[in-house]
Design a protein. Structure first.
Length: 593
């Protein structure tokens, strides 16, 4: 291979073929000058492979000393058996003891022997340097060649240690034929040839160790190839050669963490990444799936435990809900105490008298149910919040409904009204019947198919929530409460013009309107939402419902009791009614009780 434009073109094409090939090892059978050019180009173009060197360049000191040779990849090679020629080193040393040798004499004129006095301006030579500089590879092969030719001659001429039987005349083909049949030992090496005239001495396997040098490589013998085709490499050397940093195109490579072997129909296996949810610790391990409660790390080299996700007590949203619920509980208790002290006054009677305590009790229970939506649900008892809210809020609305009937029938002077309607003015019976229907629905829900704690597996999390597996019961509860709220709204809207000093009907209209609007917004949000804040939305809906009634229906009466005591009198109510009807041109005869 000469260094011209055509050669460069062929070299470029060769490297492109190598880069585009799936082959992981390249057998480079050429002379050392060509191997040097190819490897220089491989370094320059960053072509990293495993190179199998022929004996022509596998022990080349020039190529192994090339800068950045490690960028070309790993190098293994085969060379003829390397041994020392018996007695040759002693022979070289003996030549310095006065033996006449024309070649040595000429060499010494250029490089004189070192003595106690240095030779000015010239480099001196020590006999031991020359002896140690002998190329064992070359000299031993020459030595064996001479021995083989000598053995061929001995066989051809039938010579013993003293004389030969045949004449010295023979042809080259006769000598070659005898050489191919030789079978003898030279020192510790057995010499013979096969039918193709190739020697059966075997080869040494060498490896270019680049780990100890920044530049170049050290050629080390790591095993042997026997004439019978058996490769013998010491195990400890073999282990040292296999590690995680060998060439990406090496058939003996190991896969990095997060990868596994895959053959893909090629002669050598390739490393492919594990899929999400699997892991491989490396060292050619197969990808294994993580458990259900684990996920694979970003590098896919290990499994990590999933994070349990739920609405904790110390979450900002939880703190807000708890604070509002506690505020509602305190206000409800204060209202109950205030109504109990002023039980016989008109303001308390206007909200149902003793029935207002049942209403306050239901609101108190509603505020307390907010806490059931927080923290990790572990048993069915943690998931009763929504069904129980259906019961307590129905109880609250039924008390308001009974209060409305009292107001409407109390101000209705139409004598033609049916007596059966007046029978509805029985608050306790009305509350029992209306609430009983919702109790039946919610209790059936809790018995047949109650909300239960469930775990939803995510990518890196496990979501813990109460799941409503029966949407029918949930819908029935909401629809029933919605219908009651709508009835209350319509009755309150009808009675908003009645001479009610405390504006009960108007306030109930507002509270029921707030309740219906809030649940109309909540329902689609609840059905489409997911994540740990879904229970917080349920708690917020319950709090909003309770506060809408607490402040719209009950708080104004407390304000009158505390700050407008003059309105909390029977005479004030009588005067308000009289003026109301006088504005309409109706005379009213007042009575004193």
């Amino acid at each position: 291979m000469t260094n011209n434009s055509r050669t460069q073109t062929e070299l470029t094409e060769l490297l492109e073929k190598i880069k585009n090939s799936s082959a992981e090892a390249i057998i480079l059978f050429t002379k050392d000058t060509n191997a040097e050019i190819i490897l220089e180009a491989a370094i320059r173009h960053k072509v990293n492979r495993t190179w199998i060197a022929s004996d022509a360049w596998s022990s080349s000191p020039k190529i192994s000393a090339m800068p950045d040779i490690k960028l070309a990849g790993e190098v293994f090679g085969f060379i003829f058996k390397q041994k020392e020629v018996p007695g040759f080193k002693d022979h070289v040393m003996s030549m310095f003891n006065g033996t006449e040798n024309a070649l040595l004499k000429d060499y010494l004129t250029q490089n004189p022997l070192c003595s106690n006095q240095s030779v000015e301006g010239r480099q001196c030579l020590k006999p031991s340097f020359l002896a140690s500089y002998i190329d064992q590879d070359e000299s031993y092969r020459i030595y064996l060649a001479v021995q083989v030719i000598g053995e061929g001659l001995r066989r051809l001429l039938k010579c013993d240690t003293h004389q030969c039987e045949h004449s010295s005349k023979f042809t080259a083909s006769e000598l070659l034929s005898e050489i191919q049949r030789v079978n003898f030992n030279v020192s510790t090496t057995h010499v013979s040839f096969n039918s193709d005239a190739d020697p059966r001495m075997g080869y040494d396997i060498v490896y270019w160790n680049m780990s100890e040098f920044k530049q170049g490589a050290k050629i080390e013998t790591i095993g042997e190839y026997s004439p019978h085709g058996k490769i013998n490499v010491p195990l400890y050397l073999f282990k040292n050669l296999i590690n995680d940093t060998v060439s990406a195109y090496n058939c003996s490579k190991t896969c990095a963490a997060g990868y596994e072997f895959q053959s893909e129909g090629k002669c050598c296996r390739s490393c492919v990444a594990c899929v999400i949810g699997e892991f491989s610790p490396g060292n050619s391990s197969d990808c294994k799936p993580c458990s259900e409660r684990q996920y694979s790390s970003e590098r896919l080299d290990q499994c990590l435990n999933k994070t349990d996700e739920f609405l904790p007590w110390l979450d900002p949203f939880s703190i807000i809900l708890c604070s509002l619920a506690a505020t509602g509980i305190i206000i409800t208790v204060v209202f109950a105490v205030l109504f109990a002290i002023n039980l016989g006054t008109p303001a308390v009677k206007a909200v149902g008298g003793y029935m207002c305590f049942l209403e306050l009790l239901s609101l108190l229970a509603g505020f307390c149910l907010t806490f059931t939506f927080l923290d990790r649900p572990t048993q069915n008892l943690n998931c009763v919040g929504v069904p129980l809210f259906g019961i307590v809020f129905t109880l609250c609305i039924s008390c308001i409904l009974a209060n409305l009937f009292q107001i409407l029938l109390g101000f209705n002077f139409d004598l033609t009204i049916g007596p059966w309607i007046k029978k509805l003015n029985q608050p306790l019976v009305l509350v029992t019947v209306v609430s009983g229907i919702q109790v039946a629905v919610s209790v059936s829900w809790l018995i047949v198919n109650p909300p239960t704690p469930q775990e939803t597996q995510g990518g890196t999390t496990i979501l813990h929530q109460c799941e409503m597996t029966s949407f029918g019961y949930f819908s029935a509860m909401l629809v029933y409460n919605g219908c009651l709220a709508l009835i209350c709204f319509l009755l309150a809207f009808k009675g908003r013009r009645l001479p009610d000093l405390y504006k009960n009907a108007s306030l109930i209209t507002i509270s029921m309107l707030l309740f219906m609007v809030m649940w109309i917004i909540f329902l689609p949000l609840y059905l489409t939402m997911s994540g740990k804040y879904k229970p917080a939305v349920e708690g917020a809906a319950i709090l909003t419902s309770c506060f809408s009634i607490l402040f719209s229906h009950l708080a104004p009466k407390c304000f009158i009791i505390l700050f407008r005591k003059e309105l909390n009198q029977e005479s004030a109510i009588t005067e308000y009614i009289r003026k109301h009807y006088e504005r309409k041109g109706i005379s009213v005869i007042g009575t004193q009780h």
